[in-house]
Design a protein around this ligand. Structure first.
Ligand SMILES: [Zn+2]
Ligand SMILES: [Zn+2]
Length: 280
């Protein structure tokens, strides 16, 4: 396949990204992309400043659809949403009525036992530390187990195409600040997630977003997890989780090296299979 560049994880000014979606389309065309997916954060049940606001949802759908038609001869545009999982609620079903081309299922928040509110795991290192201290009495294992339990519940619920940033929980763990990925409990949690993915038609994304934000040196998921995905026959794609149009292919060449080293010969998206052989 001649043209390999695709990205299904982007955020523009309808949620917490910067700039009009057309900027992303123009940048993608400039950089030789064959497809581009928009995946703004779907509205949450609680007030917040990082998702599409309820009243803007239709505007977002209309705008992306308009761009899809306008650039149909140049690039394939796909309408998606990054949807947060809530226990006891099927939000993937709820947003299906909007005729999405695809969706990304993500867990950004945990609801610890005994609490009625959610805590964000990826807001800031200060917030992460505060949750660890105040809610989990500095027990990182309990915190991590809650995160991956929510991720597994979402995988079991299903209804989405791409699993967003599988190990987002490591976002602030540079230099093993909070835990080691070789810790028994951590490996167990990841392994149980992969057990579920192995038998489902869900694409795991390799996501370079935290590198663009300067908080990580490697993509989600960690290389040992990508290798484990390969060994289990789990399909993967490559996304940049861009919040700015200049980052639509951020760290892609480095991430492709990691993917190829892990054994993968192809990438899967909800719409195409990309052959990695022959890529240099
Ligand atoms: Zn996300
Ligand atoms: Zn995202």
């Amino acid at each position: 396949m001649k043209n390999m560049k695709v990205n299904y994880h982007t955020h523009c000014f309808y949620c917490d990204g910067k700039g009009d979606p057309e900027l992303y389309v123009k940048e993608a065309i400039e950089r030789g992309f064959s497809s581009l997916g928009f995946s703004s954060h779907a509205p949450l049940n609680e007030a917040n400043d990082w998702t599409i606001q309820d009243g803007d949802l239709e505007k977002y759908f209309d705008r992306i659809t308009e761009l899809k038609i306008k650039y149909a001869n140049v690039i394939k545009i796909y309408l998606g949403l990054e949807i947060d999982y809530y226990p006891n609620e099927n939000r993937f079903e709820k947003f299906k009525k909007y005729n999405l081309d695809y969706s990304i299922g993500s867990v950004h928040m945990v609801k610890p036992q005994g609490y009625s509110n959610y805590f964000s795991v990826d807001a800031s290192v200060i917030d992460f530390k505060k949750i660890l201290e105040d809610v989990y009495s500095n027990n990182i294992e309990n915190f991590g187990r809650d995160y991956y339990k929510a991720l597994r519940d979402m995988i079991v619920q299903g209804g989405f195409n791409i699993l967003g940033h599988l190990d987002l929980f490591k976002k602030f763990n540079r230099d093993n600040r909070f835990f080691k990925e070789s810790d028994k409990w951590y490996k167990e949690e990841i392994s149980e997630c992969l057990n579920l993915l192995e038998t489902r038609d869900i694409i795991v994304e390799v996501n370079t977003g935290a590198i663009a934000r300067g908080v990580q040196d490697t993509p989600y998921p960690s290389q040992w997890i990508i290798e484990e995905c390969y060994n289990r026959g789990i399909k993967i794609c490559l996304n940049s989780d861009a919040h700015n149009h200049v980052n639509i292919d951020f760290y892609f060449s480095e991430a492709l090296e990691i993917i190829k080293k892990s054994g993968y010969k192809e990438l899967h998206t909800p719409f195409e299979i990309l052959d990695l052989r022959g890529l240099v």
